[in-house]
Design a protein around this ligand. Sequence first.
Ligand code: UDP
Length: 336
Amino acid sequence: MKILITGGAGYVGSAALRHLAKEGHEVLAYDNLVEGHPKAVGAGRLVVGDIADTDLLTDTLKEFGADAVMHFAAATNVGESVERPDYHYGNNVGGTLSLLNAMRAAEVKRMLFSSTCATYGMTVRDEMDEDTPQDPFSPYARSKLTVEWMIRDFAHAYGMGFTLLRYFNASGADPSGEFGEYHDPETHIIPLVLETALGKREIIKIFGTDYPTPDGTCIRDYVHINDLASAHRLAIEATTPDTAEVFNIGTGQGQSVMDIITACEKVTGLKIPQEITERRPGDPPMLVADPTKLKSQLGWEPQYTSIEDTIATAWAWHQKYPDGYEGPRRITDTPG
Ligand code: UDP
């Protein structure tokens, strides 16, 4: 299949792209490089462009002969979405409208959308299946839910198959150590803890210990990016021009913030300086997936079921590229 991947130079998009290429699909990354990195692409061709550029997207889809689109490109910083809803709705909702129009013009009939468990918001359930009520609490999450509805409406009116993937906490790095997570600014717990282990940050702040969880810190479901990538492949291969599907992607296991810090200490062999601070506004106490549907319907099985194994891949990447893709390779480039 020929698959155009918006956000193909980003953390999750590039993992999907590399996996699809390995499995014999033809891939093209379409990315404006605001958050993406050309070196992350690792397979296929990169077209530098914005999803708001409907003409460039249409021409690229036609010229490539795309059978399907995987749509990752989005503004993802939750805190920023509160300060700058214009940017988030513009990028995520406006950008997707442009993409859907380009797909119509180029007659591309299959689409996969990167949605998020954040659309479930504050709903409290032990394990969340796809029927969990959606109640997003940030502009970011609301923009993602808006896009879900927009895709449903376009598919209904203009004839197109789609699969919505709501994923939990993407984590880890490629086991080669060559591709991993690098955001600027970084807000995610695992990279922040590992950067603290590397001495790049002084301390890791634990955002609240008074949640209704066993150790008082928030619980999340950390799914390895390569397992996310395989879920995307299975989903796109099952998407026909008539499909209207939604799947949660997560391991089904929850880890608290304390669990993550302890696992990072175990993997790195280092004591990580930490400090308890206030809750971060808008954090739900617990988000854990029920991945039953993904497993039974698409045959998905995560390869990474231990948080230490996932963190070990991230640690290898952070040691090799402590300053991300574009930074100096301080460790491996040491003379001799
Ligand atoms: N977290 C924390 N300290 C940090 C960053 C995150 O305690 O410096 C917590 C955060 O409150 C949440 C969990 O770690 O409970 C995961 O946060 P992250 O930003 O990685 O992912 P999210 O679940 O918000 O998408």
